[in-house]
Structure formats: structure tokens, C-alpha cells
Design a binder for this molecule. Structure first.
Ligand code: NAP
Length: 300
């Protein structure tokens, strides 16, 4: 029997815990964690994502606000806005929604965010600290939200993170957003990690060896059922829209879900798996950043 890992339910439990912790923090210190999401332009998927983040933030008691900026905004003006938010003591988390318009260099903007407010965990300082870990991340390290969500799903599937120790893990994808930080987290939890990408030879063979498989290639149903080891735990990060026979469309992951059912120990569905965890982990990072600031100020 394959267990379907319900990311929606796990994310709801995490959000409920965060709401309690934020209420307690507010009662004790009067501080409300603040999150600012900067959206440049009108990218349709980004509009949906930022609204979801703003709503989710408010529901747990975070002062979450989206700032919508015109598509033609010069890079220097965006950097000025980031700098103002860095200096604003009511703001604990800053997120610049990607992708940015082509005239803006994302690396320059992400590097301009104060690493202590970098709730996406993409600043080179945070990425570098994560890459250097040889034990689980310390409480003040802001880890990218999607890999953190995948780790919590693995914890749920395995009954604890200690069970990761020594396991053979395959991360399919090497992006800085998902694949690389995921591999670093698994390594920090003592997995034996392989990272696969578009130039990997014998991908099916690599997948079959994996006890833990995190698929983040962005290729619809690339991973077939017979590529999966019996009893593997599969986390499917991919979100791919494919046409249906009726002329509509539907979302599928990077793993052929129906073929995996009955074969693997556990798998996340798409949608309803990793997606909700990503948003919940953004809220977790905002609270983490707020707490770290209070600790620095001696009010923790
Ligand atoms: P990305 O930047 O496009 O990276 C994709 C990675 O997959 C690359 O490393 C690429 O290899 C590799 N790849 C592509 N085709 C492959 C193939 N046929 N065989 C082996 N490897 C292959 O994508 P991303 O931002 O990491 O996102 C990956 C997927 O996750 C997308 O579907 C995205 O929508 C989804 N996603 C979901 C969430 C969520 O919250 N659920 C969050 C972020 C992303 P090369 O490096 O060699 O090109």
C-alpha cells in the first residue's frame, strides 16, 4: 500500500502551530512579524502566488503585504526599495517574487536583501551557510521554502528525520531554488546524496537505486513507475500543466503518479503535496527571522 502524503493537511497543521506561536509572541513582546513581498510587473502566475502568500501570512497573524511595482521600474529603484525595507524595523521578511523583468538582474537584487530578512533563503550568504552544513540547520538559518517543505514531508513519511541517516537519496534537478538546497539539506541530515540533471546518464537506473527521491525537473511525468524502487519515498516538486483529451488542462508532477501507486512506500500528489508546504514554510521563515531579530536585540 502506498501512502499518499497529504501536503495540504500537513501545511494546515504547521500554519495552526505558527498562528499559536505568533499570538504568544505578540502577547509577550507586542511585536507582529512583518513580511513584504515585492512584485515587479504583472506575470500572471506570480500574481496568484503573491496573493496566496499575503493571505496565508495574514491568516496566521503576520503583517503580510504585497507591494506591486510597475514592470518598467528601473533596477536602481527596486534596489532602493529593498534598502528601505532592510532599514524598516517593522519588516522582518523580504521576498522579491521571481521571475523579474529582463532589465533587472535577479542576482543583484537578491544579494541586496539583508540576509537576516531573506525569507526565501536565496541570498548567497544563506545559500553558502546551507551548503557548508554537516548537521541539521541552526534555528537562525533561513532555508529555501520548497526544500524545507520537502524535508517536513519526509519527516512525516518516515516518522522522524533521524530515519534519513544513511539513506540513498536522489535529487532530480540542480536549480538554486530547489535541487541544490534540497541536496544540501539531505546531506545535512546524513543522506548519501546524488544530484541528477539533464546531462545525467542512465537516469532510470539512478532513480531505481534511490530510497528517497525528490523530483524537481519540471518535466511532466518524466519518472515512470518502473524507475522507482519498491518502498521508496517520493517527493514530487514538479508542477506541469498538460492538455487533457477534453481540450482543457490539468496539473501533473514530474513522476507518473498512477504508475507509482502500489509500488512505492509513499508519494506526494500534485497538486496538494509540496505546494502548500512551500507557502507554510515561508511563514515559518518569517517568524524565524522575527525571533532572530528579537534575540539580537536581547528581547528573545
Ligand atoms: P529549473 O530551474 O528549470 O530546474 C530544473 C532542473 O531539472 C535542472 O537542473 C535541469 O537540468 C533538470 N532537468 C530538466 N529536464 C531534465 C531531464 N529530462 N532529465 C534530468 N534532469 C532534467 O526548475 P526549478 O525552479 O528547480 O523547478 C522544478 C519544478 O518544480 C518545476 O516544475 C517548478 O514549477 C516546480 N516548483 C514547485 C514548487 C512548489 O512549491 N511546489 C516550487 C518551486 C518549483 P540542467 O541543470 O542540466 O538544465
Amino acid at each position: 500500500m502506498t501512502r499518499i502524503l497529504d501536503g495540504k493537511a500537513l501545511a494546515a497543521r504547521l500554519r495552526a502551530r505558527l498562528a499559536d506561536e505568533i499570538a504568544a509572541l505578540r502577547a509577550r513582546t507586542g511585536i507582529v512579524p512583518g513580511l513584504r513581498v515585492l512584485l515587479v510587473g504583472e506575470h500572471p502566475a506570480s500574481l496568484v502566488y503573491v496573493r496566496t502568500k499575503e493571505r496565508a501570512a495574514r491568516e496566521v497573524g503576520i503583517d503580510g503585504r504585497v507591494e506591486r511595482l510597475p514592470v518598467e521600474l528601473p533596477e536602481a529603484s527596486l534596489l532602493e526599495r529593498v534598502s528601505a525595507l532592510n532599514a524598516d524595523p517593522t519588516v522582518h521578511g523580504i521576498l522579491v517574487q521571481l521571475p523579474l523583468p529582463p532589465h533587472i538582474d535577479p542576482a543583484r537584487v537578491l544579494t541586496a536583501i539583508d540576509p537576516a530578512k531573506d525569507v526565501d533563503g536565496f541570498h548567497p550568504l544563506n545559500a553558502g551557510r546551507l551548503a557548508q552544513l554537516s548537521s541539521p540547520p541552526p534555528a537562525d538559518l533561513l532555508v529555501p521554502c520548497t526544500p524545507r517543505g520537502c524535508l517536513l514531508l519526509l519527516e512525516e513519511a518516515l516518522g522522524g528525520l533521524e530515519a534519513l541517516r544513511g539513506k540513498r537519496a536522489l535529487v532530480l534537478g540542480r536549480s538554486t531554488v530547489v535541487g541544490r538546497p534540497m541536496a544540501a539539506l539531505l546531506l545535512a541530515h546524513d543522506c548519501t546524496v546524488t544530484i541528477a540533471h539533464s546531462r545525467t546518464r542512465e537516469l532510470a537506473h539512478e532513480c531505481r537505486r534511490a530510497e528517497i527521491l525528490v523530483a524537481a525537473a519540471g518535466r511532466p511525468e518524466l519518472v515512470r513507475g518502473d524507475w522507482l524502487a519498491p518502498d521508496a519515498v517520493v517527493i514530487d516538486v514538479g508542477i506541469n500543466r498538460v492538455p487533457t483529451a477534453e481540450g482543457g488542462s490539468r496539473l501533473v508532477g514530474d513522476v507518473a503518479f498512477d504508475e507509482a501507486l502500489g509500488r512505492v512506500a509513499a508519494i506526494t500528489p500534485v497538486p496538494g503535496g509540496v505546494g502548500p508546504m512551500t507557502v507554510a514554510c515561508l511563514l515559518e521563515n518569517t517568524l524565524r527571522a522575527c525571533r532572530a531579530r528579537l534575540a539580537v536585540e536581547g528581547r528573545g
